[in-house]
Ligand binder design. Sequence first.
Ligand code: FAD
Length: 492
Amino acid sequence: MPALIIGSGYGGAVTALRLAQAGIDCHIVEMGRDWTTPGSDGRIFTQTASPDQRGFWLRDRTKQPVSHFLGVSIDRNISRYTGILDAENMGAIHVYQGRGVGGGSLVNGGMAVTPKRSWFEQILPSVDANEMYNTFYPRANATLGVNNIDQAWFDSTEWYQFSRVGRKVAQRSGFATTFVPNVYDFNYMKQEAAGTVTKSALAGEVIFGNHHGKKSLPVTYLGQAASTGKVTISPLHRVTKVAPAAGSGYTVDIEQINETGGVVATKSVTADKVFFAAGSVGTSKLLVSMKAQGHLPNLSGAVGQEWGTNGNVMVARANHAWDTTGKNQSSIPTMGIDAWDTNGVFAEIAPFPAGAELWVSLYLAITKNPERASFQYNSSTGGVGLSWSQAQAQKSIDLAKVVFDKINKKEVTVYRSDMFGSNKVWNEGLTYHPLGGAVLNKATDNFGRLHGYPGLYVMDGALVPGNVGVNPFVTITALAERNIASIIASDM
Ligand code: FAD
């Protein structure tokens, strides 16, 4: 086959659409399910409040990002299933990722943020920023269907009371706030509020999938790609090996799995070009193990390096009794505290849609944490580990603490210490934003071509060195748009 794409998240979806439009047949191999068939309860996705096995990727117990309430664990046993959200344990950190046709777009908050140009130029100096900001960011935003909330509606609806409280207290402490665009259709959300359509964001749906309203990849890039007739997808198929084929091209070994994770068949195909789009962790693990096992020995030593968490850390504050955040909260965040230039913090004002008034303000902070980690192959287990340590997350806490200490002091409020464990204020043990591991212009050339192997490319979050300063998917999409345009022009 001409082109095989590993993974159907942002990098993979952009690659498939643009190759297909250029007349090139391609095949996507995706290890997660195709989330189109309802279960016996008539729902495709599980309920947010009490997720069943559809919520988590091959786990015996849920692993909720906000894991406790009043210090008591809310996690419970489930049966192992190829569920939609993977809380992948990489030693000192759980890396949350979407699993299924559409990758992270199935589970994410839809926040579609273009980073500040000055920061982009620092992290990816080899990329022409003019081209990115004039051509590729606009192209990505348009094709992703990014839209903005009607600010008058934001200011009046009960569903964003939590966000208005977050804005008010940030501003009173001298921090700027900013509206954040999203791929959730805000017109649909208004109709949800009016009671004229089935609720999704206003029914708390997000991290385990949205039935309505969200323009995830299956309805944008992948939908357009399918309509070309040139793209096929194999869900529940996992790539395990890529190596040069005899003659030309690459041999790709694939395991077909069932919905409990068991291997039901192994297959081997040959492709002229192979695009790694398995996400920062998925792509890094594959490349590091292929190099270490001698299947792709000439890969650059930069493979597996410069991985970061985008400085992610979660925290919650307790508001005063009169400062209600609302029992009704939209699950789609649309505002951030922008203290990036002053404090190295961009904090998403996150919803906590529990269906009851809890006086909680929850935040996911992205911080300017310079710590990086690397992936290593373990020859005795055959697995790939990550060197990230808990101590490396301390910098994220230190940065976020300055901002939220100031807010607490001004408001005479305190941190919640019951939501990430018993007596635990900060949740630094997770990331939603894994980045790096095959950094652009280091592990690859300046357009994602892997050094040493013509016809092998990296197209996903692995290209971004550890921290993009805002939520990452718009940058991953725009970079993929840029790189595939060059690859189609020169290599196809
Ligand atoms: P992914 O989207 O992760 O896609 C990789 C795909 O490859 C997956 O579908 C995976 O199953 C598949 N795969 C992996 N290994 C293999 C293999 N060996 N064989 C076959 N298939 C494989 N970002 C934002 O910008 N805004 C947000 O609001 C936001 N909220 C988030 C909320 C949550 C809960 C999470 C988990 C993430 C969030 N993110 C958000 C992050 C965003 O979703 C990711 O940055 C993005 O999806 C990464 O894109 P990608 O193309 O690199 O990889």
